[in-house]
Design a protein around this ligand. Structure first.
Ligand SMILES: *Cc1c(COP(=O)(O)O)cnc(C)c1O
Length: 413
């Protein structure tokens, strides 16, 4: 007899205050989607918006649509929709470029602001693109900075007067561990350092309070929990009182004070807009814009409560059904210190994930040995977690992963 049965999960779904949002998504039949932390699914409102944009605004409106359909304001309008999700105010966020490019822009700007300080402090297990970009920025600025990497637990102790900027991803992409944003930001400010948060695995998964934490700078991803579509534009945040001190390293015309004056010399726009560089990708921006509308109806406290409950459920089910099957929980059991994903180590993790995907349970694999499940409260049901764990247990018990085709690595894991 199982301690947690499927009927219990059905009851939880019946009482779920977020249950009504599931039908807003186009989810394929027979799929349990546990990878919304990597690529959010399609909202039903998006194809209609893109269709109308292509046929009316582009097809008929042509270049007039930059004004008439307000394409030119999309970066700011989309930024203003993201602002309440991260505890920022209108005018503190703009949508642009990719997360990697936004990191380049803000990290470069932070180092320029912090002249005389030489250290970029980050976490050894930060998302690789963040570390690669930091290495590029360091080299670009003449190798006068050191990228210092420490373990997550040692961040606060490593902040001293030499640190220019503490650059961290709020929720770790591998194990889902979550930093204490308020405490780390305060510790950095005590030593005169700036903090740059990467919110890629946080935004749309939990309430965030950049403003209350007095965070300086942040970036985040549009295609994960925000469901903006593959390669969706990312966003960046600069606290209001810092905005006019930023010297953008990518000083393109869209961040100019008067882009259409066509003058010879660069002069940055006031406020957040100076962080724009070139022409926005209107189709992609519109998809993200449409996808963001759902958030006006979502109670972020309820979202977080369900995220925690889904993760607790998954961990408990694997405790029960996965015993002796070679899984090691890689995510903390302490919900306070966790984002919205659960990861397990398994020596044959890659093949196990391929076997799961073949059965319609889509998560992903992260080297060297993690199977990772993103828990996205807007469209996942408690029964989905129950069914996913049952299939996982069956695959492990019967060694269904032990096939050559499940071990052949694809380009994207
Ligand atoms: C997903 C993710 C990115 C993505 O960067 P791109 O520029 O969109 O490829 C960056 N940083 C973190 C922490 C991420 O999780």
């Amino acid at each position: 007899m199982l301690m947690i049965d499927r009927k219990h999960c059905e009851d939880l779904d019946r009482r779920d205050p977020l249950a009504r949002f599931r039908e807003r998504f186009l989810l394929p039949e027979g799929v349990i989607y546990l990878d919304g932390n990597s690529l959010g699914p399609l909202l039903k409102s998006v194809p209609a918006r893109i269709g109308q944009l292509v046929e009316r605004e582009w097809g008929e409106g042509l270049i007039r649509s930059w004004n008439a359909a307000r394409w030119i304001d999309l970066p700011q309008r989309v930024g203003d929709k993201i602002a309440p999700l991260i505890g920022a105010e209108a005018g503190e966020v703009v949508a642009a470029d990719s997360t990697s490019v936004n990191l380049f822009k803000l990290l470069s700007a932070a180092l320029t602001l912090q002249r005389g300080r030489s250290i970029i402090l980050s976490e050894r297990d930060n998302f690789p693109t963040d570390l690669y970009v930091a290495q590029g920025v360091r080299d670009q600025l003449g190798c006068r900075h050191e990228l210092k990497l420490v373990d997550a637990a040692d961040i606060r102790d490593a902040i001293d007067e030499q640190v220019a900027v503490v650059m961290l991803t709020h929720v770790n992409f591998r194990n889902g561990a979550r930093h204490d944003m308020t405490a780390i930001t305060r510790a950095a400010h005590d030593k005169g350092a700036l903090v740059l948060w990467d919110l890629s695995h946080s935004v749309g998964a939990m309430p965030l309070s950049l403003g209350a934490a007095r965070a300086d700078l942040a970036i985040g991803c549009g295609y994960k929990y925000l469901n903006g579509g593959p390669g969706a534009p990312a966003f960046l945040y600069v606290r209001r009182d810092l905005q006019d001190r930023i010297r953008p390293p990518l000083s393109g015309w869209m961040g100019h004070r008067e882009p259409f004056a066509f003058v010879t010399d660069y002069a940055p726009a006031e406020g957040i807009l100076r962080n724009l560089c070139g022409t926005p990708p209107v189709l992609a921006m519109a998809a993200l814009d449409a996808a963001l509308d759902i958030w006006a109806e979502v109670d972020l406290a309820a979202l977080r409560a369900k995220s925690v409950a889904l993760a607790d459920l998954m961990i408990s089910l694997v405790d029960e059904q996965g015993r002796g099957l070679g899984l090691t929980l890689a995510t903390t059991r302490d919900a306070e210190q966790r984002g919205s994903q659960v990861s397990f180590a398994h020596p044959e993790g890659y093949a196990v994930m391929q076997a799961l995907i073949a059965r319609g349970v889509i998560g992903d694999y992260r080297a060297p040995d993690l199977i990772r499940f993103g828990l996205t409260p807007l469209y996942l049901r408690y029964v989905d977690v129950f069914d996913a764990v049952a299939i996982l247990a069956e695959i492990l018990r019967d060694r269904l992963w032990d096939r050559a085709d499940f071990k052949r690595r694809a380009k994207v894991t």
